[in-house]
Ligand binder design. Structure first.
Ligand code: ADP
Ligand code: MG
Length: 340
């Protein structure tokens, strides 16, 4: 049994800038498993961005094009369990032998192997065997090889032999395409305005995007509610912690001055009173952290200072955060208000 999920195909894996490289490499591998330099093919990227989908799609495509090949999809977690069982039952050799017979091995979420040296060791041997015999290995991970922790160096270096292709966050156009394809699949129509609203606001990953649109579809078809922008907002809010508002310098000044119980005029004034200076410097620091404004523009908006003053403020705050516990506490309290 290949354990492949045929619901995941290339046809329903929509292409966008965010996944083009991984998708094309996957297709190339599917056409010539073991016969490209993409061996292993490592697909990495954050949660819900399509790694598992693409991994299955590659397997499903290979099954279609090369029915004689033995394909196995397995998560690293199940692989680990199987290995541990085999050690307990003293069937470690059978376990290894089983894997050596596979033509295309797909291991999902290999970050799961981190810290598990026994499993890494056995995987290393299986990998080498397959690779030397021209078999194809496809891996997914939530991190790039350089960022993987507690994975043996020799294994990491194998991961880098082939191609590491990242799946990034989908851009707006891709998100619109994905929403439309779900609507099409379910035979539901929705105003363009709603589609764009959802695609604009649910951007953290594809899984959440699907969740939001499916719950809108459910509202409209089961509750027979008309899908208005208000309903869409209501649903989206359940999926996105905060429909992100832009953090403006005005807003930062307000939050910081409120926190220290002073008004914005005081925050911006020329006074040298230490607690006021520090509040102002902190506002500058947050402005640098959360806005795209230049130092000069931050300075001119917060008390009409120049860019050197802002730079100095940021260094001072960096220092205070390292040396002053009480100040760090203030900082963290305020920071929460921005990152909610
Ligand atoms: P990951 O393994 O990276 O966490 P998944 O492969 O499980 O993510 O994808 C999450 C959901 O998003 C799945 O339902 C998948 O079908 C869908 N999905 C992800 N990327 C795409 C895409 N490019 N086109 C269509 N659906 C996608
Ligand atoms: Mg996955």
């Amino acid at each position: 049994e290949s354990q492949l999920n045929s619901n995941y195909s290339f046809d329903n894996f929509l292409e966008g800038d965010s996944n083009r490289l991984a998708r094309s490499a996957g297709l190339a591998v599917a056409n010539k498993p073991g016969g490209t330099s993409f061996n292993p093919l490592l697909i990495f990227g954050g949660v819900g961005l399509g790694k598992t989908h693409l991994a299955h799609a590659i397997g499903v495509e290979i099954k279609e094009l090369h029915p004689e090949k033995t394909i196995l999809y397995i998560s690293a977690e199940v692989f680990t369990q199987q290995y541990v069982d085999s050690v307990r039952k003293k069937t470690r050799h059978d376990f290894i032998y089983f894997y050596q017979l596979i033509d295309v091995l797909i291991v999902d979420d290999i970050q799961f192997l981190s810290g598990k040296s026994g499993t890494q060791d056995v995987f290393f041997h299986i990998f080498n065997y397959l690779h030397q015999n021209g078999k194809q290995v496809i891996l997914t991970s939530d991190k790039a090889p350089v960022d993987m922790q507690d994975i043996e160096q020799r294994l990491l270096s194998r991961f880098k032999w082939g191609l590491s292709a990242e799946i990034q966050h989908p851009d707006f156009d891709t998100r619109v395409k994905i929403v439309k394809s779900i609507l099409f699949r379910d035979g539901v129509e929705m105003p363009e305005e709603i589609i764009e609203y959802v695609a604009k606001n649910v951007k953290s990953n594809v899984r959440e995007l699907e969740g939001a649109i499916i719950s809108l579809i459910a509202q409209s078809s089961f509750n027979k509610r008309e899908v208005t922008l208000d309903l869409a907002k209501h649903v989206v809010e359940k999926f996105v912690k905060n429909v992100k508002r832009e953090i403006s310098i005005d807003y930062i000044q307000k939050v910081v001055s409120d926190y220290f119980q002073m008004d914005i005029e005081t925050l911006c004034s020329k006074t040298r009173k230490r607690h006021i200076v520090q509040a102002r410097q902190l506002a500058m620091f947050f402005a640098k952290k959360y806005t795209k404004s230049s130092l000069a523009s931050i300075g001119s908006q917060i008390g009409d200072r120049d860019h050197a003053t802002v730079l100095h403020a940021c260094k001072t705050i960096d220092n205070l955060l390292e040396t002053d516990k009480q100040f760090k506490k203030y900082y963290e309290d305020i920071n929460k208000k921005f990152s909610l």
